[in-house]
Design a protein around this ligand. Structure first.
Ligand code: 2DT
Ligand code: MG
Length: 215
């Protein structure tokens, strides 16, 4: 009816170190939600399609070099440039299933161990961005990660870096995160993921307000 405000969609985020199964679970979740009549879209950061995203892509593929502080701010800016669209989508009732976000941003930069670029510094440019309604942290043991085949060619895809990233995520972990044991079969994980996502969708439909980082 005229004047009726649509129930908002949920912002559902997957985080974790490389090869934990985030992308697979995010993709499957979008399909499952859609099959159940929940309008959903798959988002991922970095969004390599924008002008800033192209610079990030060059950096990740070692086609360019950048100061650690500068690339961190670029990753954050890549979220800010999509903030308005993200808010519009959520407000119009679309559930956004996102593969990585500010938490990866902070975990990866802090993992570099650069003097001055600690977690507190890393968080600053992310403050004010939409906060996810659910954050599923896929936790994979380093042993199981090693069994999942070789790393790719991109920057950060080394055992040493992944170990440090895992430690940063542990240091950032908050009570409201859903920590998911990723050392299991994808189908089993999928069931748990769906339960958590549907609960977030339900809460948002019921009027849960969108928070901001790092409220
Ligand atoms: P993918 O392999 O998922 O495409 O990620 N990263 C990501 C950062 O360093 N900062 C960020 O803000 C984000 C979102 C994680 C590419 C790599 O980029 C890292 C892995
Ligand atoms: Mg990768």
């Amino acid at each position: 009816a005229a004047g009726k405000v649509a129930a908002r969609g949920a912002f559902v985020l997957f985080e974790g170190a490389d090869r934990c199964g985030k992308s697979t679970q995010a993709m499957r979740l979008v399909h499952t939600l859609e099959a159940r009549g929940v309008e959903a879209e798959l988002w991922r950061y970095p969004d390599r399609a924008t002008a800033m995203g192209k610079m990030i892509d060059q950096y990740l593929r070692s086609k360019s070099e950048m100061e650690d502080g500068a690339i961190h701010l670029l990753f954050a800016a890549n979220r800010w440039e999509k903030k308005a669209l993200m808010e519009r989508k959520l407000a119009s009732g679309v559930t956004l299933v996102c593969d990585r976000y500010s938490y990866s941003g902070c975990a990866f930069t802090a993992a570099k161990g650069v003097d001055g670029l600690d977690l507190e510094w890393c968080r600053a440019p992310e403050v004010g961005l939409p906060r996810p309604d659910a954050l599923m942290y896929l936790e994979l043991s380093l042993e199981d990660a090693a069994k999942r085949g070789g790393f790719g060619e991109e920057r950060y895809e080394t055992t040493e870096m992944q170990r440090a990233v895992k430690a940063s995520f542990e240091a950032m972990r908050e009570d409201w995160w859903d920590v998911i044991d990723a050392n299991r079969e994808p189908d089993v994980i999928q069931d748990e993921v769906l339960r958590i996502a549907l609960s977030a969708v339900e809460k948002c439909r019921a009027g849960r307000e969108l928070k901001r980082l790092w409220q």
